[in-house]
Design a protein around this ligand. Structure first.
Ligand SMILES: C[S@@+](CC[C@H](N)C(=O)[O-])C[C@H]1O[C@@H](n2cnc3c(N)ncnc32)[C@H](O)[C@@H]1O
Length: 267
């Protein structure tokens, strides 16, 4: 299931479905076939000093995100969609307020992608920020962040061009079209990654915005949550991840479900 980016270079025109590609997504996106992806569900590095992040200036961060969005635009189908999870604002390692949402929005526009909507994730059990600023005083209190955004964007046309199979229940539809999603955060310790999102996040994005059998891409795969949910919901996935150890972690999480699916197919 694991592939090195060099290996992909040899295949070029072939779409590597149900594969995890080890490499830098800006480079790897250029090696994937144009117009081949139905849906992107991802959470990029936030540039707030996590262990896998470089310390970029705001300008450098917007440039990085713009390069990623340009790559995504290239590989998306004309009716392809993006669900992009970032915090509205966060305290950086330099103890400054930083807005990954603002930088993402700017980059999305620069890359020529279309903004569709914004969903707010109410993180019911968050442990993101611990700073109070001035305790019980109006002197300089810090706002503590309990929400993140899911920016919904698309390439050219919002309406799907082909008919497909929807597997949303009526109840799911009514809940998922609301722009406030209450979902507890995933346990970093249990999963072994510093910033995994809960399975419920890609589940809602995949069910609401893609058909059964569609190709779902996560260019910042991390522990593999998007790919895992794509398999569980009968979609195909492509995952890209810079760190080998996270690629291996993702493969370990996904493999049992892929194997199970194969057994069912052969019955
Ligand atoms: C916010 S985490 C994603 C977590 C993921 N949603 C999950 O549930 O585990 C971002 C991931 O992007 C990876 N990453 C950072 N820069 C990258 C790049 N240029 N190309 C591919 N992956 C990158 C990091 O190693 C990290 O695992």
């Amino acid at each position: 299931m694991l592939m090195a980016a060099d290996e992909l270079n040899r295949l070029r025109a072939k779409l590597p479905v149900n594969k995890i590609i080890h490499g830098d997504c800006v480079k790897v996106l250029n090696l994937l076939p144009k117009g081949s992806i139905d849906l992107v569900v991802t959470s990029p590095p936030y540039n707030v000093g996590k262990e896998y992040e470089e310390d970029l200036t705001e300008e450098e961060y917007v440039k990085f995100l713009t390069d990623v969005f340009k790559g995504l635009k290239r590989v998306l189908k004309p009716d392809g969609r993006i669900c992009w999870n970032v915090p509205y604002s966060m305290i950086s390692s330099k103890r400054e307020i930083f807005s990954p949402w603002y930088c993402s929005f700017k980059a999305l526009r620069k890359a020529g992608l279309k903004f569709r909507d914004n969903i707010t994730w109410n993180q019911l059990n968050t442990d993101n920020d611990t700073a109070w600023g001035s305790w019980c005083s109006a002197s300089a209190p810090w706002v503590r962040h309990m929400t993140e955004a899911i920016i919904v964007a698309y390439k050219e046309t919002w309406k799907k061009q082909n008919k497909g199979e929807t597997d949303l229940t009526r109840d799911e539809f009514l809940r998922f079209v609301l722009d406030l999603w209450g979902m507890p955060v995933a346990s970093k310790k249990k999963i072994g990654h510093p910033a995994p999102f809960p399975e419920e996040l890609p589940y809602r994005c995949i069910k609401l915005f893609s058909f059964v059998g569609d190709v779902v891409l996560d260019p910042f795969l991390g522990s593999g949550t998007t790919a895992l949910v794509a398999v569980k919901t009968e979609r195909r996935f492509i995952g890209i991840e810079l760190k080998k150890e996270y690629c291996e972690m993702a493969a370990r999480r996904i493999e049992p479900y892929l194997y199970q699916k194969k057994l069912i197919e052969f019955q």
